[in-house]
Ligand binder design. Structure first.
Ligand code: ZN
Ligand code: ZN
Length: 708
């Protein structure tokens, strides 16, 4: 094994969700309840004020960042929601599986090494930050060069211009500087001597979300007016295989585009868009948006890098419109393969064709022509021909028998989410059945089904299900997509936790029925058909590992020496925070003690900047009569002052949290403060506990409209 690599296999799927702590659960619930109330307020506002035209412009899903107005008609419901959030009850039982998970989570969190995921297997490798950084750097410098700082600025200004023409610049964030990372290709034969990696650049412009929707429209226009086989899943491949002509002399050609995403050039995309223009009207502006969304920068330790060569055009894995871009290029390539007299289709970078009535020599010739077509688009492929049986995605297709069977890559055992994972019950209930259905879909008959069954059955049993997989001859409902999403439904997505004993769903709908009975002015807008509840998931093991890795790397970063002083008080002994008054991004607490009664009151506040700045603000509100009503704290101090009551003040930090981040779209600082106010009245007796919806002041500066 290469130096410093320690292989770890958890033995279960990293999609498993451990039970969250009460605090993590409640913070998530607060955040989800606030989002929901915000949406309800806006909907109600436009319902009650039909003269104010509700958004008629295309918003591409970007929500307004303005604070919705308070609506008296919603008061009872909002109070009820707050009450619901405040009164969640927990138990503390844990299944054996959950005990194992929390043990693993604790081990991971305590470790000061990174857990680097393998690219295609379920292994992890423990690496110390130095070795990891070395490996990461090697992989970056292979294809990237240091970018001028202006690269980022040029991109953002263009983002802003696009957002401006769509009138969305007050809704779209600047690009989050998400740092690049690597996964390990431990399936490669030489891995233990010379580990190779996959470099992943998760940094993506928000404009990609617009490009995605444009491309979806364009692609479906092409698919609707051509008969190109652009497959979206195995079912589509099987359907194609079943209706294709097959003879005893038929043969497969299969090919695989090497490094498909990074090989797509700006010219190729342009050509594909020219081709697409035959089926859809694509405006110049739309073309520009699609092209611009590919301009990317890679970040490592906050330093920008751009691709070698003279363009920063890069279709990155996981970008918002990556899959759609790939699909468009695929359609364009398929259209070029149509003259070859083969029946051909494509799934992402994997292509498959059936040739009928051709001699092996003719097939070899076709193989060459396919290579030529790809080469003329500056793409490299690996290709195999003259096969009658082939593994494609997760099926084996057999031309001589006309059958198909499940295929699993060697050394790849299936892993399923455990029945005791903290998923919403409806998801857990569905798992065995959906596996059974899947296995049925990829087995062409009962014999094949029974031959492949044992491995899947074992995995299912190992994950705690007592379900028996069985062949289903009645396959009428083979593929049914009821993805019809009703519009005008507002969703409440509280997080799920097995440990919550409160029946959240029942209480929620009871509240809804009670506040908006038939005859109520808002009943038509807010009822069980228009307001729905669906549980969301707390972080799974994979996400917990990723958070852990980020924290480990952050610890090793050289600290920027901007403000080395933790205290700037003239006299250290007078520091309100024990020489830590310069700490930024904190939720703090003030305790006021009346000297006459010896009783104490508490107040919780937050600040994005240093505590000291906020502290000075508080102090001035205690002195100046005009600022008397600045906070609940100053109001209380003034009542004491007015009564000539002596008091003393103590300050402390309750916790540190990150203000609004463009990468996860959450303001942990605001949520943290709300948690203390809503759930810890013992620590915040002076705070008003009456609002779920409040404005976050920390997002504004990240919006494109405020970039200059
Ligand atoms: Zn100080
Ligand atoms: Zn905030």
């Amino acid at each position: 094994m290469a130096d410093g690599f320690e292989k770890i296999n958890l033995g279960y799927s990293t999609k498993n969700i451990p039970l969250p702590s009460e605090k993590d659960y409640l913070k998530c619930l607060i955040s989800k309840a606030e989002t929901f109330m915000r949406n309800i307020r806006w909907r109600t506002f436009f319902f009650l004020n039909p003269d104010i035209t509700s958004e008629s412009k295309e918003t591409y899903g970007f929500k307004s960042t303005k604070s919705p107005p308070f609506i008296p008609e919603l008061k009872e419901f909002e109070d009820g929601m707050l009450n619901l959030v405040q009164n969640i009850e927990f138990n503390h039982s844990k299944s054996q599986f959950q005990k194992n998970l929390s043990e693993d989570v604790n081990k991971i969190k305590k470790d000061n090494k990174l857990f680097v995921a393998a690219d295609k297997t379920t292994n992890f490798y423990k690496l110390n930050p130095d070795s990891y950084n070395k490996l990461l750097e090697q992989n970056i410098t292979k294809d990237y060069k240091k970018a001028p700082q202006s690269a980022e600025r040029t991109n953002t200004l263009e983002d802003k211009k696009i957002a401006n023409t769509l009138d969305l610049e007050d809704r779209i964030d600047t690009t989050a500087q998400t740092q690049a990372f690597i996964t390990l290709k431990d399936h490669k034969p030489n891995f233990s001597n010379k580990p190779t990696c996959r470099l992943i650049n998760p940094c993506k412009s928000e404009i990609g979300k617009i490009s995605k929707q444009l491309l979806q429209r364009i692609n479906s226009s092409i698919i609707n007016s051509t008969e190109l086989h652009q497959w979206k899943n195995t079912d589509a491949v099987i359907e194609w295989f079943n209706i294709s002509n097959k003879h005893s002399k038929s043969a497969f050609i299969s090919f695989d585009v090497c490094d498909f995403y990074p090989s797509i050039s700006s010219d190729l995309l342009n050509n594909a868009l020219d081709f697409a223009s035959r089926f859809d009207t694509i405006t110049k502006e739309e073309r520009h948006i699609i092209q611009h969304a590919k301009k990317s920068v890679l970040y490592d330790k906050n330093t920008p890098w751009s691709k070698r060569g003279n363009t920063n055009f890069d279709v990155t894995m996981g970008s918002f419109d990556g899959a759609e871009t790939c699909e468009l290029i695929g359609l364009y390539l398929l259209s070029q393969l149509q003259d070859l007299d083969i029946n051909v289709g494509l799934y992402r970078d994997d292509g498959l064709a059936i040739c009928n009535n051709k001699t092996p020599r003719q097939i070899e010739l076709i193989k060459k022509q396919i290579c030529n077509i790809f080469a003329s688009n500056h793409l490299r492929i690996t290709i195999e021909a003259n096969k009658s049986c082939i593994n494609f995605l997760d099926v084996t297709l057999n031309l001589s028998t006309g059958t198909y069977s499940p295929y699993m890559k060697p050394n790849n055992t299936p892993l399923y989410v455990n029945k005791d994972s903290n998923h919403p019950p409806s998801i857990i209930r569905n798992i065995p059945e959906s596996i059974n259905k899947r296995l049925n879909n990829i087995s062409s008959n009962e014999t094949i089904f029974n031959e492949s069954k044992p491995e899947y059955q074992e995995a299912l049993t190992k994950s705690g299900y007592d379900y028996k997989l069985k062949f289903n001859s009645d396959q009428t409902n083979k593929t049914r997509y009821n993805r019809k999403r009703t519009r005008n439904v507002t969703w409440f997505n509280p997080p799920y936790s097995e440990n919550v004993t409160t029946n959240l769903g029942r209480k929620f709908f009871y509240l809804l029925d009670k506040c908006f009975p038939p005859g109520h002015i808002l009943h038509k807008l807010l009822n069980r058909n228009t307001v729905k509840l669906s549980y969301s998931c707390m972080p799974n093991i994979k996400q917990i590992i990723s958070t852990h890795n980020k924290a480990v790397l952050k610890k090793c970063e050289p600290k920027p020496n901007l403000n080395p002083r933790t205290c700037n008080c003239r006299n250290n002994t007078m520091c309100p925070l024990d020489n830590k008054c310069m700490t930024p991004s904190v939720v703090y607490q003030a305790t006021v003690k009346r000297h006459d009664t010896n009783t104490e009151e508490t107040y919780v506040g937050l600040t994005e900047h240093s505590f000291k700045t906020r502290y000075n603000g508080h102090m001035s509100s205690f002195k100046n009569n005009e600022n008397k009503h600045a906070t609940a704290l100053s109001e209380y101090i003034w009542t004491l002052k007015d009564k000539n009551v002596q008091y003393s003040l103590k300050w402390k930090i309750l916790s540190k949290a990150k203000p609004y981040s463009t990468s996860n779209k959450l303001c942990n600082l605001c949520i943290e403060e709300k948690y203390f106010i809503i759930h810890r009245p013992d620590l915040s007796s002076l705070n008003k506990r009456n609002e779920l919806v409040s404005a976050c002041r920390h997002r504004k500066k990240h919006l494109l409209c405020n970039y200059n």
